[in-house]
Design a protein around this ligand. Structure first.
Ligand code: SAM
Length: 225
């Protein structure tokens, strides 16, 4: 069984550190989590390439740089409780789980979640709880969250996620149309919320009550995060 240690190190140096990722907790997690275990065997040799990859069900595992960038943007502390919307392959959840106390992750596609759950269990990630549901509702019973990450593109910031963010909390979400978005960071304080625009990005659709409808158009035919 290949373990790809050299490929992973090269990915961290060239794709992350050279592009300005600095948070040592994020770099540690990206060095540790074996990305190839979150893709099919046929794609394992490509797992450390600088691009998203298909994971089935028309969904993708995001580019390593985007995973690191969004994780850094969450400004995580080891005591944090984090909500992730869009478990997908489970890779981002595992990166988060290396850094924080507890991760809650929601995925709407049952088969993807079952695959991710199997990998979490095999790798003994006891601090990742998952749910098969529409994540645009958040996970109220487990709120408030110190950080929330949405790994699919939304037309707007879902109101329940803002409500479920703790005071002092950070929410990172791609917002825009179905072909391109701006990654936004929301900070919640006693005074209200503050929204920053971080960078342009392209993600698959967040489908649900406070996201897109199933049939809303995605005009791009190529592989997106
Ligand atoms: N974080 C993932 C990873 O590391 O592999 C990548 C996620 S992929 C870019 C986006 C995921 O969001 C897809 O698996 C998709 O099914 C999921 N998704 C879309 N809308 C959702 C919703 N309302 N609730 C939960 N998951 C959703």
């Amino acid at each position: 069984m290949k373990i790809f240690t050299a490929a992973r190190e090269k990915m961290v140096e060239h794709q992350l550190e050279d592009r300005g990722i600095k948070d040592i907790k994020v770099l540690y997690a990206m060095r540790k989590v074996a990305r190839h275990l979150f893709v099919t065997e046929a794609l394992q040799s490509r797992a450390y390439e600088d691009c998203p990859l298909p994971i089935g069900e028309n969904q993708t595992i995001s580019q390593p740089y985007m995973v690191a960038y969004m994780t850094e943007a969450l400004e995580l502390k080891s005591s944090d409780i984090v909500l992730e919307i869009g478990t997908g392959s489970g890779y981002q959840s595992a990166v988060l789980a290396e850094i924080v106390r507890q991760v809650y992750s929601i995925e709407r596609i049952k088969d993807l979640l079952a695959r991710a759950r199997k990998v979490f269990d095999e790798l003994d990630y006891t601090n990742i709880a998952t749910k098969n549901f529409d994540g645009t509702y958040g996970w109220k019973e487990k709120s408030p969250f110190d950080a929330i990450i949405v790994t699919a593109a939304s037309p707007d910031i879902p109101e329940p996620l803002i409500e479920q963010l703790a005071v002092g909390g950070r929410l990172v979400i791609p917002v825009g149309n179905t072909s391109s978005q701006i990654l936004k960071r929301v900070r919640k304080s006693e005074k209200g919320i503050e929204i920053e625009e971080l960078c342009g990005c392209v993600f698959v659709k967040l489908i649900g009550k406070y996201g897109w409808g199933e049939d809303d158009n995605n005009s791009k035919g190529y592989l997106i995060h």
